[in-house]
Write a protein that binds this ligand. Structure first.
Ligand SMILES: [Zn+2]
Length: 285
């Protein structure tokens, strides 16, 4: 599932191709993904200028203008969505069974959205109503923004008795921290995922907010190296190799650990809220 760094990588791939361009033709190859497309989606986008490709949490926000009307395309990649970019003059292959949306741009470039499981979403919102849109209005601070800090995190966790790992995956607390980066951030901060959320305050909250920022930034950097190479690989944006410290590493020693795995069992995997959590019981308290 694309998490925030993957979505940001897609945004960085799309921005130079789309911004300042116009949609020449929007082709929808079915009527819905997770939800039906707005009936007038293609009509409202055809011919529209593309002002900006932004992101809020895991939503791409494509700001458009057409005949004095400003709309934002709200675009979620779902569980399995991938984006491919074809430069002007590149041969665009015949659409496969999961290539559901194709944007032909005035420049001659083409953007194809492939979504095998169809959990993705595209909808349109007038620009002046974006902040109040039901998909966006309750989302907490962006983790990489200046609005997110230790004190802000501590305030959001105050009074919560749920495990801190589950709390930081709540988008109202902080935007876009999914299952993988929740485990990674807690490891980096030395905080047990089982700790009650309200006990993460003061210096601990500073450490956790800093760890969330640094682990997401490192992952985005890893995505950036994929971006530089993507024309030479298979052209797909949104998935890349990032080396996790604890995620998916049950039974291994955690990085920097001097413990004997035969005795300690190494990185432990537990279930929290139906999702796997990975952590080091020795170094995370
Ligand atoms: Zn360890």
């Amino acid at each position: 599932m694309p998490e925030l760094p993957e979505v940001e990588t897609v945004r960085r791939g799309l921005a130079p191709v789309m911004e300042g361009q116009a949609f020449a033709r929007v082709r929808l190859r079915r009527g819905d993904l997770r939800k039906p497309f707005p009936e007038d989606l293609a009509q409202r986008l055809d011919g529209a200028e593309i002002r900006h490709v932004g992101r809020r949490s895991k939503y791409l926000l494509v700001e458009t203008a057409k005949a004095g009307r400003r709309d934002v395309l709200i675009w979620h990649l779902g569980m399995s969505g991938q984006v491919r970019i074809y430069a002007p003059g590149d041969a665009v292959p015949a659409p496969g069974p999961h290539d559901h949306v194709q944007f032909d741009l005035a420049s001659g470039a083409t953007v194809v959205f492939t979504d095998p499981r169809r959990f993705g979403l595209m909808t349109l919102c007038p620009a002046d109503g974006l902040a109040a849109h039901p998909l966006l209005r309750d989302i907490g601070p962006e983790p990489l923004g200046n609005d997110f800090s230790g004190p802000v995190l501590a305030a959001a966790l105050k009074g919560k008795t749920v495990a801190v790992k589950q709390a930081i995956m709540d988008a109202r607390v902080v935007a876009g921290v999914g299952n993988i980066y929740a485990s990674e951030s807690l490891f980096r901060a030395g905080i047990s995922p089982n700790r009650q959320a309200h006990t993460v305050r003061g210096a601990r909250a500073e450490q956790l907010a800093g760890a969330i920022k640094s682990v997401l930034a490192a992952a985005i950097n890893a995505g950036g190296s994929t971006l530089r190479d993507h024309r030479t690989t298979d052209g797909g944006l949104g998935y890349f190799q990032f080396s996790f410290a604890v995620y998916g590493r049950a039974g291994e020693p955690c990085p920097g650990c001097d413990c004997d795995v035969d005795i300690t069992g190494g990185i432990r995997r537990i279930q929290q809220g139906g999702r796997s959590t990975f952590y080091c019981p020795r170094r995370q308290r």
